[in-house]
Ligand binder design. Structure first.
Ligand code: MP5
Length: 216
């Protein structure tokens, strides 16, 4: 079994919990409130902004044959920010002066810590986990959302063929990196994958419940 298959198998229950999250189901069924969806838009805008320096750090550690794909992925992130701004305009959501929620802040810190402190393979695991999670999460939304919905462009971004190809590339390359890793590094990669899935669930939950900073 490939490394990525084993990650998905070992975390199958957690992964399913993510795909079954009420935020995704309500978005799929077209019943999510604009206010709740805007919570996600504002926080994910900050997340995508933060993913750009994360990719920069990853490129600094990458083998030369990964540089082009990672560089193109930064172009993809800049295009995503344009998509957020365009959809925000359509939906009347203000993206100025945002501050990260506790969950968004924690996930961003985790991304940066993983790519700075970890090996390339460990940072790459965190990238793969987030991209695979978003691809499959938005596939859930795609399975029911009316293509005329104002949220459908997000489906096209993450559930589309170009993104599927990018995720397939990450999957193949992560399997190759795992083959070259020792048992300790592979264990750290597996642990990072699980934390990433937990963060993904926490992110949907934060958006659904509008949690900013607990206790504040
Ligand atoms: C992604 C995202 C996908 N935008 N937000 C979260 C919370 N997880 C994953 O990453 P990208 O870089 O926007 O494709």
């Amino acid at each position: 079994m490939s490394f990525t298959d084993s990650l998905l198998e070992r975390n199958a229950a957690l992964w399913q919990r993510m795909l079954d999250h009420p935020f995704l189901i309500q978005t799929r069924d077209g019943v999510i409130s604009d206010e709740v969806f805007a919570n996600w838009m504002r926080q994910d805008y900050l997340f995508v902004e933060a993913a750009i320096p994360m990719m920069g750090v990853l490129i600094a550690k990458a083998p030369t044959h990964h540089r082009k794909t990672l560089n193109d992925a930064i172009g993809g992130l800049l295009a995503e920010l344009d998509l957020f701004r365009e959809r925000a305009e359509v939906a009347g959501v203000d993206l100025s002066g945002l501050t990260p929620s506790f969950t968004c802040h924690a996930y961003i810190q985790y991304l940066m810590a993983s790519v700075y402190q970890g090996s390339y393979a460990e940072g790459f695991t965190v990238l793969y986990a987030g991209e695979k999670a978003y691809h499959e999460s938005w596939k859930v939304v795609q399975s029911g959302l009316d293509p005329a919905s104002k949220w459908y462009p997000f489906v096209e971004n993450w559930a589309g063929d170009a993104f599927a190809e990018y995720v397939a590339f990450l999957e193949r390359e992560l399997d190759g990196l795992a083959e070259g890793a020792g048992p300790d590094e592979r264990r750290r990669m597996a642990s990072l994958f699980e934390y990433s899935v937990r963060y993904e669930i926490a992110f949907w939950e934060m958006a659904l419940t509008a949690t900013t900073w607990p206790g504040v």
